[in-house]
Ligand binder design. Structure first.
Ligand SMILES: C[S@@+](CC[C@H](N)C(=O)[O-])C[C@H]1O[C@@H](n2cnc3c(N)ncnc32)[C@H](O)[C@@H]1O
Length: 287
């Protein structure tokens, strides 16, 4: 059953790791190795699903040296959610072109990425929940956060905690680059049949074969859940206006916003969901 917050109506287990509390289906995140392999396969040589596209957009939009003037030569950077192995390379290249030569980069993900060989020696990796970074980062300790579609992979019930932590760890004058797909370009959802199967025992993946993007799209009280191919992972979408309200509540101001549209991701993997991506530059409001 889909709850008002877009997550499953499961009993939260007190003290259990966040990874176990998020609604995962058979396969997918329960099989991180398979998930990461599949992600890399879809990424292809263009790294099409990685943060590269978003960083390229800001590279075109921002005046040369804008980030250097803002963050200095050696900012502390945090990548939140990192299924693509080239994200560190992409961020280093972007910062270099922006006149930032010596960033320190941390990466956090719910998946223990180094355990699956998905690491880059130029960054420090931590297995952590973006909704609770208290054990890793103090208040105002980060200059730049890069979050590319991570919140589309997190239950809406976790948005408050994730944005609260983002706002807390950013220093005054710091910056977050957040990319979020909202449902405004989606087809009309036809996933009622699938909804009845969510949360049941057994492998969901075979039931997804041949379903269109609309048939894998489920309406919730506040937005949509997409059941993705091929592993049955859930992705979460709320209207951008609702997200903007949550950003404001968390003390984050939208300094710039750019929209791009496209299919997620291409006809080859058959997912084909029409996505309107919101590329935001966020700054923490004065406390
Ligand atoms: C769609 S991928 C990120 C896409 C990004 N463009 C990339 O190339 O890495 C989502 C990633 O976020 C991670 N993730 C989801 N929720 C998270 C959370 N609460 N904290 C940290 N990582 C999370 C997932 O494990 C997954 O690796």
């Amino acid at each position: 059953m889909i709850g008002a917050d877009g997550g499953f109506m499961t009993e939260p287990v007190e003290g259990s790791p966040a990874f176990e509390r998020v609604p995962v289906l058979a396969g997918g995140y329960a099989e991180p190795a398979a998930y990461l392999r599949w992600y890399e396969q879809r990424n292809g040589s263009r790294h099409a699903l990685s943060a590269q596209a978003s960083l390229d957009l800001w590279q075109r939009e921002l005046p040369a040296g804008w980030l250097a003037a803002r963050l200095g030569p050696s900012p502390r950077c945090l990548i939140e959610g990192c299924a693509s192995t080239n994200n560190v390379t992409a961020l280093l290249g972007f910062l270099w072109r922006q006149g930032v030569p010596r960033p320190q980069i941390d990466v956090i993900d719910l998946i223990d990425l180094p355990a699956f060989g998905a690491l880059d020696a130029r960054a420090r990796f931590h297995q952590a929940d973006a909704g609770d970074l208290s054990g890793l980062y103090g208040d105002g300790s980060i200059d730049l956060v890069l979050q590319d579609h991570m919140m589309n992979c997190a239950p809406v019930a976790r948005y408050g905690a994730i944005l609260g932590e983002l706002s807390r760890v950013l220093r005054a004058g710091g910056l977050a680059m957040l990319n979020y797909t909202d449902p405004s370009a989606f087809p009309a959802p036809r996933g009622t049949g699938l909804e009845r199967r969510l949360g049941l025992e057994g492998d969901l993946a075979p039931a997804l074969t041949g379903l269109s993007a609309a048939e894998r799209l489920i309406c919730t009280d506040d937005g949509f859940i997409a059941v993705t191919l091929p592993l049955g992972n859930l992705e979460y979408f709320i209207p951008f206006e609702a997200l903007a309200g949550r950003l404001a509540e968390a003390g984050l101001r939208i300094e710039a916003l750019r929209l791009t549209e496209g299919l997620d991701h291409n006809a080859v993997d058959g997912d084909g969901l029409a996505c309107r991506r919101h590329h935001c530059l966020l700054v923490p409001c004065p406390r």
